[in-house]
Design a protein around this ligand. Sequence first.
Ligand SMILES: *[C@@H]1O[C@H](CO)[C@@H](O)[C@H](O)[C@H]1NC(C)=O
Length: 182
Amino acid sequence: MHFLLILLITATLALATPDNHNGHCGTYASNIEGLTQAGYKTGWILDGKNWTALPEVFAQDLYYDSSELGDYGGVSHGIDEARKALQAASQDTRTERMVTNLWLKEMVGPGKARVLTQITLSHWHDKALEDIKKTYRIYYMCDDIWIREGGEWKMWKSYVHNMGPGVEAPYFGKGNPLLQQY
Ligand SMILES: *[C@@H]1O[C@H](CO)[C@@H](O)[C@H](O)[C@H]1NC(C)=O
């Protein structure tokens, strides 16, 4: 009887797919690689304002909460709300998200990972470069849960924390020759 039980447990363990930091992930060699690429890709898609590509990096039932950033943040329930908020915030602007220090903190379940990421967002409003409500730089970190759908990692829950004392006003300087391109 005991022998059978041990056999059963051993068989179950052998069948379970290993899903750790280095576990294989779709087109990627590991979960770390897949998650890192997904984090970077999210930055490219958002800065490129490619709203049709959002489902490649956001889960349909995404919950995004950056309310800690006050007027510079908000809460979105679902991918459509997130898309609308992003679209509204990006009118007449260009942005650059520096996505760094991406740390796969924990595999919290099969195909489910807790990831910490630091982001520096530069947000420039072409017609309001001196208005700190519209042109600013902000430092925040994301404490996120990503889920794997097919071979791709999608952001599922995102909690954003302010890292700096406030937003910074980028200084462009008088006589800045690049400014003439605007
Ligand atoms: C937007 O994303 C879609 C889907 O990935 C892609 O086919 C398209 O080329 C992208 N558009 C731009 C302007 O990058």
